[in-house]
Design a protein around this ligand. Sequence first.
Ligand code: NAD
Ligand code: MG
Length: 397
Amino acid sequence: MRAICVLGSTGSIGVNTLNVVREHPELFKIQALTAHRQVTLLAEQCAEFHPELAVVGTAEAAQELEKLLRQQGLKTQVLYGPDALVTASTLSSVNTVMAAIVGAAGLLPTIEAAKAGKRILLANKEALVMSGDIFMKAIATSGAELLPIDSEHNAIYQCLPDANTSNGGSRGRYTQLGIKEVLLTASGGPFRTMALSDLSHVSPDQACAHPNWVMGRKISVDSATMMNKGLELIEAHYLFGLDATHIQILIHPQSVIHSMVRYLDGSVIAQLGQPDMRTPIAYGLGWPHRIHAGVQELDFKSLKGLSFEEVDTERFPCINLAYGALAAGGLLPTALNAANEIAVQAFLDGRLKFTDIAVVVQKVLDRFQSGAANSLELVLQADLESRQIAQLILKDY
Ligand code: NAD
Ligand code: MG
C-alpha cells in the first residue's frame, strides 16, 4: 500500500493525482494533503480521502478549514505554514510524496521528504532546478526513490534501459548504456507562430491558453516563454546526470511524443501518449507496475501527423538564458528560477509585458553575484537575493 502525501493537492497536478488515486483504493491511501489558499476544495478532498493531516498557508485559512472539517465530523488534523508542509511530507505514516507545489515554496518539504527516504514523485521542477546537486545527493544518501512526473522526464525515464530495474540508476552511466542523447520535446506553446511584433502585447489569459495541456498559470506562462523547457533542460541535467551537449530540445507541436532517447546504434526510443498528466502520475504512483490511469487511448488513425522543428531562440530567448545558467552552474540556476518566478508573477499581475519577462531575468542574472551551491542555506539565500534584485529591477517597468 502506498501511503501518500500530496503537496499542492488543489493544483492541476494535485487534483490529477487524486483522480488516479480514486481509481485504486486497494493500492493507495492518502495520509496528508496540502494547499495554499483553496480551503473549500481542500475540505472536499479531506471529506473524500480522510487524511491524517491537512496543511494550508495561513492561520486564517487553517481556522476556516477547521470549521469546515468539524462541521462534517472529520478528524483530520489541521496545521499551517512552511514548517507544517515539512511535517506533512515527513510523516512516519507516509511512504510516498507527490511534490506538486508550484515554485520555490515546494523545495523544503520535498528535500526533507527525500532526506527521510520517501518515494518522491517530482512534478515541482523548480525545487530541483534551485538545488540540483544538493537535492540529488539527499536522494542518494537516504536511498529515497525519485520518479520524474514532468511528462518529458517521465518519458525519458521510461525510455532508459533500466527504468524497471533500478531507480533512475542510469545516472552517470550513459556511455556504458550506449545512450547518445536525450531529445526533450516541446510544443512551442501558444505563441510559436504569432508575429514577433505582436508578442509584446499578449495578455496573461492568452499566455495561459496552452494549445495541448491544461496546467496552472505559472507553468502555462513558462510554456509560452519556453522558460519551462529551459527549466526542464536543467531538470534533465540533474535527474539523469547528462551535460547540456547530450540534451537536445526539439519542437513537436502535437505533444504526442513526450520525449525520446537516442542510442549509439541509431535506435531512438520514444514514449507516446495523450497530453494528459494522469499518465506520468499513474506511472510514478504504480512504479514498477503499470496501472490504469483513466486516460483515453491514443488513436493513431486520427493523428494528423507528427512534426518537428528547431527551436527559434530569437522568439524564445529564455532557452538561452537557461543554457547559460546551466553552463555557469553554481547558484546561477537558483537565480534564474527565482528571477523567473518574480517576472512571471509581475506579468500575471499586469505589471510587466510578456516580452520583458526574459529581459528582467537576464538583468537579474547579470547583477547576481554567483558562487558555489555548497549548502541548502546558500541556495535559499541566493533565491531570496535574486528575488530582491528582480523586485528592484521591476521598479523601472
Ligand atoms: P497549480 O498552480 O495548479 O497548483 C499549485 C499548487 O501549489 C496548489 O495546490 C497551491 O495551493 C500550492 N501552492 C502554491 N503556492 C504555494 C505556497 N507558497 N506554499 C504552499 N503551497 C503552495 O500548479 P500545477 O500546474 O499543478 O504545477 C505544480 C508543479 O508541477 C509546478 O512545479 C509545475 O511546474 C509542475 N508541473 C505541472 C504540470 C501540469 O501539467 N500542470 C506538468 C509538469 C510539471
Ligand atoms: Mg514538462
